[in-house]
Write a protein that binds this ligand. Sequence first.
Ligand SMILES: [Zn+2]
Length: 119
Amino acid sequence: MLPDLRPLKLATASRLLDPSKRICQYEVPGGGVCRDENCEDAHLSRIAGHGGRGGAEPTDPETAEYLLNALPSKWLADNNVSLPKVSSAIRQVRLKNPQMGFEERVAHALAALGPSLPP
Ligand SMILES: [Zn+2]
């Protein structure tokens, strides 16, 4: 069973919409695309998504941190799962399957880390 990812996505969306953040310089005056995953600025393209995909997606480290808090600690301990491991598992899945949706990607990453989660 997959942990509920909605709080993570909501948190990401509200952060991206934070009016105190400046708009990323790569996207102003427009047309540009920021390729820096760790860029902390607001990105209009990420809020809107690309062709209905993407949108307010958390970064891999953010997702990993959220999952580590959301997953049962016994499962984490049994499978020796750590923050860097989760982060790199998500990254691997994303690199291999660039078209894969966010939830599916997380599911694949977790499946690579250990046996399926208890419901
Ligand atoms: Zn940027």
